[in-house]
Design a protein around this ligand. Structure first.
Ligand code: ATR
Length: 273
């Protein structure tokens, strides 16, 4: 008997999730299928209800439905509540449970795959939208020396800092304040790269940087990563590892078995040149 899973978003055509979960299922010998599903604007709940009625066991959720998924879930984990968004749903007899593995995927990619500890490090996070919000609690749980949040609209960074102040040493900063560098890890959680806009920070920010991380992926050397290299960042990484690691966390939550990630990352990775 085959269990049914899917990723839901709009648009969804370019999602890598069916490929990733298909490989995980094959590698672990799990009997499941995983497809891409689209829902019309305003039609998230009805589409999910129909998927469940047809025997669906779980979903990944991508833009623009992560907030709808949070509202849909009967119960959400602490990290999904803190992220304010759900990127995975699991359907059991008791109802729909919501989780968010984006931040866990980011932390695992930095600490395990890139081999850079976050503990004791000075971390700069650029952006204050959904991607930044989802990363904050998992990053702070690693005990960085400090975490500075900088956003084009400073009031949004200040609001997030106030919301996460109990979780660790977090401050809002301005571009002027960070221009001299002083950060071990610099993480781009803005969507600037998706629109071809210039990078959200000057090259001088990367002066002491051991790892510059761009949460976007599949775009090769993004303007952010190119600038990081120009500014002297020792290592650069895009978000492919984050994507595959969050998928592995989700798979383990659904199936009780954690798939290996290295070969799947290698298959998806475009050279950063
Ligand atoms: P996501 O879910 O990807 O985080 P979002 O919630 O729309 O998307 O947030 C986008 C983030 O990228 C915001 O922090 C946004 O800055 P503002 O809050 O000032 O809008 C940031 N962003 C988008 N385009 C940008 C650009 N060209 N330069 C700098 N920051 C940008």
């Amino acid at each position: 008997m085959t269990d049914h899973y899917a990723v839901i978003g709009n648009p969804i055509g370019h999602s890598k999730s069916p490929f990733i979960h298909g490989r995980f299922a094959e590698d672990t010998g799990q009997a499941l299928d995983y497809v891409a599903l689209t829902a019309p604007s305003g039609g998230f709940a009805a589409t999910v209800d129909a998927f469940r009625a047809a025997g669906g066991r779980g979903l990944n959720i991508t833009a623009p439905f992560k907030l709808d998924a949070h509202a849909y879930a009967g119960a959400v984990s602490d990290r999904a509540r803190l992220a304010g968004a759900v990127n995975a749903l699991r359907f059991e007899a008791g109802g729909a449970e919501g989780e968010n593995f984006d931040g866990a995927g980011l932390v695992r990619d930095i600490t395990v795959n890139a081999g850079q500890p976050i503990r004791g490090r000075r971390v700069l996070l650029l952006g204050a939208g959904g991607a930044a919000r989802g990363a904050l609690a998992p990053l702070l749980a690693e005990n960085p020396a400090r975490l500075v949040l900088v956003n084009r609209t400073p009031a949004k960074a200040r609001a997030l800092v106030a919301a996460f102040a109990d979780h660790g040493p977090i401050d809002a900063g301005t571009l002027d304040q960070i221009a001299a560098g002083g950060f071990d890890l610099v993480i781009n959680a803005t969507s600037a790269g998706l629109t071809g806009a210039p990078p959200p920070a000057p090259a001088s920010v990367f002066h002491d940087c051991v790892l510059a991380y761009d949460m976007t992926y599949g775009l090769g050397l993004t303007p952010f990563l190119a600038r990081a290299r120009e500014g002297g960042a020792v290592n650069i990484a895009d978000g492919v590892g984050m994507l595959v690691e969050q998928a592995a966390e989700t798979f383990a939550w659904w199936r009780g078995i954690r798939p290996a990630t290295a070969a799947v990352m290698a298959a998806l990775r475009a050279p950063l040149v």
